[in-house]
Design a binder for this molecule. Sequence first.
Ligand code: KIV
Length: 279
Amino acid sequence: MHKSVQDIIKMKKEREKISVITSYDFTFASLCDKSGIDILLVGDSAGMVMLGYENTIPVTMDQMCMFTESVSRARKNALLVADLPFMSYQTNIEDAIKNSGRLIKAGADAVKLEGGAVMSETIQAIVNVGIPVMGHIGLQPQTTMLFEGYKVQGKTKDSALKLIEDAKKLEESGVFGITLEMISNQVAQIISKTVSVPTIGIGSGTWCDGQVLVLQDLLGMFEKIKPKFAKRYLNLSDEIVRALESYKNDVKSGIFPSQEHCFAMDDEEFKKLREQIDG
Ligand code: KIV
């Protein structure tokens, strides 16, 4: 049986830190799940790391459903949360419920959406139909590009107070957890101590109840953006390019394939074939 939303909430109560990683495809999701990570997040960051968009704005519901389906086929242990993409829930509450339902039908256990207090009604409506929701405040990639770009949030007293109010409102609205993206360490600490639901930090310091990273950042596979907060556990892009160069060189020099990679015909059958061809 895989982890439930209740298991994640309990982890905060028992002071067990929550590990979250993004996943978008079957092969990597199988490995992420096998590692014992608590939550697989089908993030709309898929738009950047899987589809090559500049930001998450172009991501569609159809794309998110396809990524969610492939991750759900791989998942055995973790909780599976999927992002509602830009304009799939901001338009009206009906769209928000309908699109949350699509992600659940695609295999997600819960959905995540960006926004603070302004999203209260929408969140309540989704939760009321029985779909668990994770909030997401601080840097909100779906809209930040339209205003100020990537910037640490909660650096002034007023912006900090607004973030704390947003977190409280999200809790009241019924979220089971809140992602805190690029929020100053002190403010993330206050929020994590204030709300009873788990906070999941990304670039939000040491005090959050859990951490999330984009898989390609962790594995060192995404060269376009290298955020300061993303710890690299591998340098996989170098290793992958090295392996591909070796393959290319082996093909060109005839080293690959060798006998061990070949399928042989039965000797008797081959003899008959030769006789017929050669007359
Ligand atoms: O889309 C995503 O990957 C996310 C994480 C960065 C939290 O929302």
